[in-house]
Design a binder for this molecule. Structure first.
Ligand SMILES: Cc1cc2nc3c(=O)[nH]c(=O)nc-3n(C[C@H](O)[C@H](O)[C@H](O)COP(=O)(O)OP(=O)(O)OC[C@H]3O[C@@H](n4cnc5c(N)ncnc54)[C@H](O)[C@@H]3O)c2cc1C
Length: 421
C-alpha cells in the first residue's frame, strides 16, 4: 500500500496545474500524480487544436482565460520557457447580423477585438458571396466581414504540460504512470469489519483506490480525469455533470494552404489568425511550423455520448461534411491533402458549458472543460488548490479574484457560455 496526502488522478493539463498549485500552497504535502498512460499529456490535452482566446460571454470564463493567458505569456517571456505561444488572433467570419451581436460589440468596446472589413478578407483570399446552392442547400451564409480577437492565438499544450511537470519534479511530487485506477467505492471511516459495509448509517470517505499497480491510500483524491470522470466515479454515486463528445482534427497541407498561412491581420504577425468559418463554425487552425492547417469543428451532428480511451477520426466526415464548406469560402484549398488526423473528446457541461470544480467528501473533481480546458488550465489549477485548502476566494495570476464556489455545484454562479467552438 502506497500512502500520500493527496493523490491526483490524471496527468493532463488540469491534473498537472492542480498538483502544482496544491503543492505550491502547501509544500509539506506528499503528492502523487497517477495516469494510466506511459507519460503526462497523452489524453485530450494532446488531441486539442491548441489554441487560446479570451472572447467569452460569461464573466467567469473571461476572467479564467485572461489570467491563464497572462500566466502562459509570463512563463514564455519572463521565465524563458517556450510555450509555442503566438498571438496571431481568432478571426470570426459572418454576415452582418452575426457580427452585430451584442457580445461581439462588447468585445470591441473593451478593446479585446476589432472588426475586419469584407474587402480585407477578399484580399486575403476569402470568397465572401456564395451561390444559391451554397446558401439554400448547405445553409452557408455570406461573409460581410470578420471580428478579430487580439489576445488570442495558438500554443503548444505539450510544452505547458512539460513546464508544470518539470516544476512538480523539482518540488518532489511523485509521478506514477502506467497506473490505471479502477472505479472506486467509498469506504467506512470507522469500519466494524462486518460483511456488506458501508451501511447507510456509517460515515464514508474514499480512503484507498485500487489500481493495476496496487492500492493507494490518501487523505484526499483529486479527479482530473476529464471525460472519463463520470465512468470512474460511477460506483461512488458522485456525478461529474459532464458528457463526452468526440471531436476530430484533420491536418491539411498543399500549395493553397501554404499561401493562406502567410495571411495575417495583426501587425507584427506573419501567420494567419485561427479562423472560424460562418454558419457551422468550422475552425481553420494554422500550424506554421508544419506548413499545415488543422480543420476541426464542434458539431451538433448525430454524435452520441459513448466514450472510449482513444477514439478514431472519420475520414468520411472530413470529406463529406467539412471539405465542401471549406472550399466554398476558400476555393484555393481544393487541392489540399490530409497529412494526418486524430480524435479526442470535449468533456461537455451540457448546461452552462463551463468547468465544474467541486468537493464531495474527500474527493475533488475538476472536469467539464467543454472544449477550452487548455486556455483555462492555470486558473482551474488555482481553483482546485483553493478548494483543497478551504479558501473561499481564488486569486488568479493577474490578481483577479473569483469565488471558489462559483465553479462548484451547490453555489454555482455561472452564466451560460454562448461561445463554444
Ligand atoms: C479536437 C479537440 C480540440 C480542442 N481544442 C482546444 C483548444 O483549442 N483550446 C483549448 O483550450 N482546449 C481545447 N480542447 C479541449 C482540451 O483538450 C481539454 O479541455 C483539456 O485537454 C482537458 O485537460 P484535462 O487534463 O482535463 O484532460 P486530459 O488531458 O484528457 O487528461 C485526463 C487524464 O486522465 C487520465 N485518466 C482517465 N481515466 C483514468 C484512469 N481510470 N486511471 C488513470 N488515469 C486516467 C487520462 O489518461 C488522461 O491523461 C480540445 C479538445 C479536443 C478533443
Amino acid at each position: 500500500m502506497k500512502e500520500f496526502d493527496v493523490v491526483v488522478i490524471g496527468a493532463g493539463i488540469t491534473g498537472l496545474a492542480s498538483a502544482f498549485y496544491i503543492k505550491r500552497s502547501n509544500p509539506k504535502l506528499r503528492i502523487a500524480v497517477l495516469d494510466r498512460n506511459p507519460t503526462f499529456c497523452q489524453g485530450n490535452t494532446a488531441k486539442s487544436s491548441a489554441a487560446f482566446r479570451n472572447l467569452f460571454t460569461s464573466d467567469v470564463n473571461r476572467k479564467i482565460t485572461q489570467s491563464t493567458i497572462e500566466f502562459y505569456r509570463y512563463v514564455q517571456t519572463v521565465k524563458g520557457f517556450d510555450l509555442g505561444m503566438r498571438f496571431n488572433g481568432y478571426l470570426f467570419l459572418g454576415d452582418r447580423k452575426f457580427l452585430d451581436n451584442p457580445a461581439f460589440r462588447g468585445f470591441t468596446e473593451r478593446g479585446m477585438a476589432r472588426y475586419v472589413s469584407e474587402h480585407s478578407l477578399i484580399e486575403a483570399g476569402f470568397r465572401t458571396k456564395l451561390n444559391e446552392h451554397e446558401v439554400s442547400v448547405m445553409n452557408l451564409s455570406n461573409v460581410d466581414g470578420g471580428l478579430l480577437g487580439l489576445e488570442c492565438g495558438i500554443l503548444a499544450p505539450e510544452n505547458i504540460c512539460s513546464y508544470y511537470a518539470n516544476e512538480l519534479s523539482r518540488m518532489e511530487v511523485d509521478f506514477l504512470f502506467g497506473t490505471n485506477v479502477k472505479s472506486p467505492l467509498l469506504q467506512p471511516i470507522d469500519p466494524l469489519n462486518y460483511p456488506g459495509e458501508p451501511f447507510v448509517w456509517q460515515k464514508t470517505l474514499l480512503k484507498t483506490i485500487d489500481t493495476n499497480r496496487g492500492e493507494f491510500r490518501a487523505k484526499e483524491f483529486i479527479f482530473c480525469t476529464d471525460v472519463w470522470t463520470d465512468q470512474l466515479l460511477d460506483r461512488t454515486g458522485i456525478d461529474g455533470h459532464t458528457r463526452g463528445k468526440k471531436r476530430q482534427v484533420f491536418k491539411i497541407t498543399g500549395k493553397g494552404v501554404e499561401k493562406l498561412l502567410k495571411k495575417n491581420f495583426i501587425n507584427g504577425q506573419t501567420v494567419m489568425p485561427l479562423t472560424i468559418l460562418p454558419s457551422h463554425e468550422i475552425v481553420l487552425r494554422p500550424d506554421p511550423d508544419s506548413k499545415s492547417i488543422w480543420v476541426t469543428i464542434a458539431d451538433e451532428y448525430n454524435r452520441d455520448y459513448s466514450i472510449s480511451v482513444d477514439p478514431a477520426p472519420e475520414l468520411e466526415f472530413y470529406e463529406r461534411s467539412l471539405f465542401p464548406v471549406i472550399i466554398s469560402y476558400l476555393p484555393q484549398l481544393d487541392g489540399s491533402k490530409i497529412s494526418s488526423m486524430w480524435a479526442g473528446y470535449y468533456a461537455n457541461n451540457t448546461i452552462d458549458k463551463t468547468h465544474y470544480v467541486f468537493k464531495d467528501k474527500n474527493i475533488i473533481v475538476a472536469t467539464g472543460s467543454s472544449g477550452s480546458g487548455i486556455m483555462k488550465a492555470d486558473a482551474i489549477g488555482r481553483v482546485v488548490a483553493a478548494l483543497q485548502s478551504g479558501m473561499e476566494k481564488t486569486v488568479l495570476f493577474d490578481k483577479a479574484v473569483i469565488n471558489t464556489s462559483d465553479l462548484g455545484v451547490h453555489k454555482r454562479r455561472i452564466e451560460e457560455e454562448e461561445i463554444v467552438i
